[in-house]
Design a protein around this ligand. Structure first.
Ligand SMILES: NC(=O)c1ccc[n+]([C@@H]2O[C@H](COP(=O)([O-])OP(=O)(O)OC[C@H]3O[C@@H](n4cnc5c(N)ncnc54)[C@H](O)[C@@H]3O)[C@@H](O)[C@H]2O)c1
Length: 286
């Protein structure tokens, strides 16, 4: 099945990135947010993302303009009717996602696909909230979506090979490099990266070194683009917290318990780049 009409529900950091990439490739995309005001912010996020990609010389001004006009934003979920694929990218909260997926399931045609961009929640839990479990898959994009090539395509025990292939083809159409992964909490990427981020926070809490020094060790010593504190700020500290909590819930492994310092930052609303301050302070927050 070829995806011609795309909808994205939840147009924050990830959702707006997915919309940007799809609209740049020529798809008409409907973006749904919780309120009209949030829908307006989502439009602004898309346009900022396009401007940044234009600034890096990856697209022309005409392409940015055309992509912007292919996206529409609304707070009315009914606007997703007629979509071949709906990508859910709301907060990493299992009850919220189940509620949203159940609603999506009632609106779109029976043959449509529903994908979740969840980082850690088992797809089977989300699929069970719908009446189309075989057509519910994971499409796990990476942040920032416009720049990162990887998409983990998550299959469940009831995914048909042609469903998985349709999602692989869709990811390739977006110029991404899909990797098919089984439905285990955290999949491949977050199962490995989340304990690393949490260990870095615990090392700081134990007084091993300050945040900048820990970041420098990883960036300079291991040739990573950024260390764990800058990466956590990029991901969003609330998302790091929720990923950890969700994986702890599933594995009951103390490695996944969210550190106290992370909880404190989240409770203070210091969520990283997206709020202008997390472990570091950012001048150019969007
Ligand atoms: N941030 C990352 O690095 C990253 C990477 C890969 C996957 N993810 C996953 O993507 C999902 C979204 O993460 P994010 O970083 O974009 O979060 P975010 O907080 O930036 O965006 C979430 C958006 O969902 C919207 N929303 C909440 N409830 C809604 C509803 N009922 N209807 C419509 N919109 C609603 C919010 O208004 C917000 O704009 C999460 O599942 C997260 O785990 C995040």
């Amino acid at each position: 099945m070829q995806i011609k009409r795309l909808a994205v529900v939840g147009c924050g950091t990830m959702g707006s990135g997915i919309i940007q990439v799809a609209a740049t490739k020529g798809l008409e995309v409907v973006g749904v947010e919780g309120t009209r005001r949030q829908a307006e912010s989502a439009r602004a996020r898309l346009d900022e993302g396009l401007a940044a990609t234009l600034g890096r010389g990856k697209i022309t001004a005409e392409q940015a303009e055309a992509a912007s006009t292919r996206a529409t934003f609304t707070d009315n979920l009914d606007a997703i009717a007629g979509s071949d694929l709906v990508v859910e990218a709301v907060y990493e909260d299992v009850d919220l996602k189940k509620d949203v997926l159940g609603k999506i399931d009632k609106i779109v045609a029976p043959e449509a696909f529903i994908a979740s961009n969840t980082s850690t929640i088992p797809l089977v839990v989300l699929a069970a909230a719908t009446n189309r479990a075989p057509q519910v898959v994971g499409l796990h994009f990476f942040n920032p979506v416009a720049a990162m090539k990887l998409v983990e395509v998550i299959k469940t025990p009831v995914s048909e090979p042609d469903h998985v292939q349709a999602m692989v083809d869709f990811a390739r159409f977006l110029d991404k490099s899909p990797v098919v992964v089984n439905d285990v909490p955290g999949f491949v990427g977050n199962q490995l990266i989340v304990p690393y981020l949490l260990d870095a926070i615990r090392a700081y809490e134990r007084g091993v070194a300050d945040m900048e020094s820990i970041d420098d060790v990883i960036a300079l010593g291991f040739n990573h683009k950024m260390g764990p504190f800058r990466l956590s700020d990029l991901i969003g500290l609330d998302i790091v917290h929720d990923m950890a909590a969700s994986m702890y819930e599933e594995y009951q492994d103390p490695r996944f318990v969210p550190p106290v310092l992370l909880k404190q930052y989240v409770r203070l609303g210091l969520l990283g780049r997206k709020t202008g301050r997390g472990f570091y302070t950012y001048e150019d927050a969007s």
